[in-house]
Design a protein around this ligand. Structure first.
Ligand code: PLP
Length: 448
């Protein structure tokens, strides 16, 4: 049993990320104590299917011995090596090379970070450096999407479009701009892909004009599927159209794959399904399956060579003590072995089952929309299917949906306006996927 003193210590001393501090003080913490495969156990001994892989990150599932062994071996041999002073470590070099092999197109250069936020932050600095090196420092405006999430760093929080990350923090800055999300279910132009694509292109063009033309705009950022905004899936062809438009305008296109990479939607990189090669990709989460923290920026030849030439013999002054941490890199290599050794394939099969299972819930009176790709999905609840009326947050708070799912033995993500998000580990069994669907139906029946 969880001792009351642990709850009390948490209440007094541990600040939780993206939480209502007062709400958390009142509710108290739920402590997870162990995990195996796709299931986790809490301090009371209750077992739950982790339908959200922690925070869409434990792609390989819990208890992967080869990953634990790799971390221990590296910690014994060499727990740390800096990348400064021309030094390095074998796992970091090998991981960079293997990732470059798998990356789309010529994204051959890898910069390791500690997670997703500092990966995004690093791209902001690299984008600015790139345009300085090209002799165009006035290209300093950044455009992202409504419903987009790009982390919580000082720069990233302003690229993010979630109000809680702005209010009281003094962001977004005046160089950070948004255009509407393609959001098919709630798009004023309807759900027809061609209309949505034409609309987004027009909106980006209009924003670029408003900012003074392409000579002022540095980069456009997008997620292949908008995760924290509510698992919003742009129509097929949208990413390619936006990529092509950015190339036409000479604006860098940065794809944020912190959630979508490493099998979450099927392949190692979601944008390979969109048949595009962006200028940079950000990743984290599934890179190490969250056994240890690590993120990575993938950089194209064009961006890398321009920055390298621009700097000449001077240092490109960007780096962290823990960039390319050897233990994280050793874990990354072990996780990559798992992906290649059948995990991606299992994730693909389970992803089809998950999508089909969630689509079978469409007959439920509350389910307005079902969307996703692979092991990334959401259902959007509505009180009126024809009018697409959002679930009233006041009478059906997201915390209640989360709690009901928890009671049913399922961890999901409950978004504020009645969206339930799913991102189970890729190691799920058929029975676990079926249980996710069955438990969701029970939760929906209770939510009415
Ligand atoms: N970018 C995207 C698309 C994300 O989903 C996230 C986190 O969920 C981040 C960036 C930030 O990553 P981290 O939480 O590892 O800093």
């Amino acid at each position: 049993m969880l001792s009351n003193s642990l709850v009390e210590l948490d209440r007094r001393h541990l600040i939780h990320p993206v939480a209502s501090w007062r709400g958390h003080e009142a509710a108290g913490v739920r402590v997870l104590t162990s995990g195996q495969g796709a299931t986790v156990r809490d301090a009371s001994g209750k077992e739950l299917i982790d339908g959200f892989a922690g925070l869409w990150c434990v792609n390989a599932g819990y208890g992967q011995e080869s990953v634990v062994e790799a971390a221990m071996k590296q910690m014994r041999e060499l727990p740390y090596a800096t990348g400064y002073f021309g030094l390095g470590s074998e796992p970091a070099i090998r991981l960079a090379a293997r990732l470059a092999d798998h990356a789309p197109g010529d994204l051959n250069h890898i910069y390791f970070t500690l997670g997703g936020s500092d990966a995004v932050d690093s791209t902001v600095r690299f984008v600015r450096y790139f345009w300085h090196a090209r002799g165009l420092p006035q290209k300093d405006q950044f455009v992202t999407l409504e419903y987009g999430y790009h982390g919580s760093s000082t720069a990233g929080a302003g690229l993010t479009a979630i109000p809680a990350f702005h209010a009281g923090f003094g962001v977004p800055y005046d160089w950070q701009h948004k255009i509407p999300s393609p959001y098919p279910y709630r798009n004023p132009v309807g759900e027809n892909p061609a209309d949505i694509i034409a609309q987004s292109k027009a909106q980006l063009l209009a924003k670029v004009e408003e900012l003074g033309g392409p000579e002022r705009v540095a980069a456009f950022y997008a997620e292949p599927i908008q995760g924290s905004g509510g698992v919003i899936v742009p129509p097929k062809g949208w990413m390619k159209a936006m990529r092509d438009l950015c190339a036409e305008l000479d604006i860098l296109f940065v794809v944020d794959e912190v959630i979508t990479a490493f099998g979450r939607t099927g392949p190692l990189f979601a944008c390979s399904e969109d048949d595009i090669v962006p200028d940079m990709i950000t990743t984290a989460k599934g890179l190490t399956s969250a056994y240890v923290p690590m993120g990575a920026v993938f950089m194209s030849e064009k961006v890398y060579q321009t920055i390298a030439d621009g700097a000449g013999k001077a240092a490109v002054g960007h780096g962290y003590t823990y960039s390319a941490h050897p233990v994280s890199a050793a874990v990354g290599l072990a996780v990559l072995d798992l992906y290649e050794g059948g995990l991606l394939e299992n994730g693909r099969r389970m992803g089809e089952r998950l999508q089909a299972g969630l689509h079978s819930l469409k007959d439920h009176p509350l389910v307005g929309d079902v969307r996703g790709r692979g092991m990334l999905a959401a259902i959007e609840l509505t009180t009126d299917k024809a009018k697409k009326t959002p679930l009233p947050a006041a009478s059906v708070p997201s915390t209640r949906i989360f709690d009901r799912a928890w009671d049913a033995g399922l961890v999901i993500r409950a978004f504020a306006w009645g969206v339930i998000g799913y991102a189970p580990p890729l190691c799920c069994t058929e029975a676990e996927i079926d249980a996710i669907i069955e438990r969701t139906r029970n939760v929906l029946d209770l939510t009415l």
